[in-house]
Design a protein around this ligand. Structure first.
Ligand code: GCO
Length: 457
């Protein structure tokens, strides 16, 4: 275990440490104050979609425990809080009437952070699409991009004056591939055509969303949060290296090429161009917006090998065996150097602005024993990855902050409540919160960076 103060000493004084959450994973209050269902309410209530049939109906009951939870964020000594805004609270049918009560909740959240000297980083979309929009085709329908544009305008008009940062989307990869091709997340589609349609709608919505944020709140730095895949070829054979490039195009470049270069990647288009939805004349210009920042969510690498089967669909890769034999409780390989490699690869490939690690953390499911949650493996995971971040900063990457996932245990999507990522333990029966040993370790690290002007009087 690395000493937190020594680790802190490797970062510049303006570096920020924070914690992250997402609306559907923590809020609960799924039917309150005018909120209507999202695709995740529908999906989690379908048989067999989530572990144990768990849903976010109650989750961490954060909606009703806002002040207590903001106090906990402050108690962790962090400088910044990344959260997401639930579209179905703001515009419950996706388009149409605005629900003032929904905006009021985030008003209280942001003001509560301000009062406690905590900076705010809001994500507009972390997967809770209003269910009504799914009836029109959801992300597979182009019209959803325009509905998102209006939602972004609505949020920024009301909240933009007090936000420190905003992101259009969390993890386009999950929204497109995991949800529309692999069928694991809502809406549970398994169709390449649906996924390609969602890909273009999402990219377009991002561009329209950036414009909307700038129009309503020009002072707020706007960006996007991606979980680009850290693709590790099984060998350095020419075949595996070519496979890695194809995988990069499929998993990463189909988002970043249009967003940062105004084009879709070549081999990707050679494979799928004829199945893409219509790309209208100005679309790529709209998508290609200069960003103020970007965020990377990183947990584990993707190991791949060339798939020689002539029937294999692009990117024609198969899974390769992890070389690192250490896994978290969710089965993900622990590998901090892959984070560094991925970041350097992205800066080599793209003209990128400053960045944040917007999520990083580990699943370990131990609970309290005599009031103490001893989660040493999580501390080890965090230390190794934060040390990797320090190397990137020392190597000249404009990396300005790190957010631990997550503030507290929460609804882990298809895994329900059995997988725990929190720095704070949640007892879902009593809603009691207990700061884990990792939370105390992170506090010792993070509080070094709280500048006096962010302290409350
Ligand atoms: C994400 C997810 C989180 C997950 C975390 C662990 O952005 O992937 O936002 O919601 O809980 O990644 O799987």
């Amino acid at each position: 275990m690395i000493d937190p103060k020594a680790l802190a000493g490797r970062f510049p004084s303006d570096f920020m440490f924070g914690v992250a959450t997402a609306s559907y994973q923590i809020e609960g209050a799924a039917r309150e104050d005018g909120r209507k269902p999202s695709i995740w309410d529908a999906f989690s209530h379908m048989p067999g979609r989530t572990f144990n049939g768990d849903s976010g109906d109650i989750a961490c009951d954060h909606y009703h425990r806002l002040d207590e939870d903001l106090d906990l964020i402050k108690a962790l000594g962090v400088e910044t809080y990344r959260f997401s805004i639930a579209w179905p609270r703001i515009i419950p049918d996706g388009r149409g009437p605005v629900n003032e009560a929904g905006l009021d909740f985030y008003d209280r959240l942001i003001d509560g952070c301000k009062e406690r000297g905590i900076k705010t980083n809001a994500t507009l979309y972390h997967w809770d699409l209003p269910l009504t929009l799914a009836g029109d085709g959801g992300w597979a329908a182009r019209s959803t991009a325009y509905a998102f544009q209006r939602y972004a305008q609505t949020v920024m008009k009301r909240l933009g004056d007090r936000l420190d940062m905003v992101a259009t989307f969390n993890e386009p990869w999950c929204i497109v591939w995991l949800s529309h091709l692999y069928g694991v997340h809502a809406p549970g589609e398994k169709s390449i055509d649906a996924a390609l349609a969602a890909l273009h709608t999402l990219n377009l919505a991002h561009g329209l969303g950036v414009e909307a944020c700038r129009q309503e709140a020009p002072e707020v730095p706007v960006g996007i949060v991606c979980n680009h895949q850290a693709i590790e070829p099984a060998t350095d054979s020419a075949e595996d290296m070519a496979a890695a490039e194809r995988a990069f195009q499929f998993h990463n470049a189909c988002f970043f090429d249009p967003m940062l270069k105004g084009e879709y990647p070549e081999a990707f288009m050679a494979a799928y161009g004829d199945r893409m939805p219509e790309i209208e004349a100005d679309d790529l210009t709209t998508i290609n917006q200069k960003l103020d920042w970007w965020g990377l969510n990183y947990y584990f690498p993707m190991r791949i090998a060339h798939d020689g089967n002539p029937e294999a669909a692009f990117p024609a890769v198969k899974d390769a065996t992890p070389v690192n034999n250490v896994f978290t409780d969710i089965g993900w390989e622990v590998n901090a150097p892959s984070l560094g490699k991925l970041v350097r690869q992205l800066y080599d490939r793209y003209d990128l602005p400053e960045m944040y690690i917007t999520e990083n953390g580990a699943c370990y499911n131990m609970g309290p024993v005599d009031g103490v949650v001893d989660d040493t493996p999580r501390i080890d995971y965090l230390s190794d990855h934060i040390a990797e971040v320090a190397d990137l900063v020392a190597g000249g990457i404009p990396l300005k902050g790190y957010y631990a996932w997550s503030l507290m245990d929460n609804f882990e999507w298809a895994e329900g409540y059995r997988m725990r990522f929190g720095l704070i333990h949640v007892d879902y029966e009593t809603q009691e919160r207990t700061i884990k040993e990792s939370g105390k370790w992170y506090k010792a690290l993070a509080e070094t960076f709280r500048t006096p002007d962010t302290e409350t009087a």
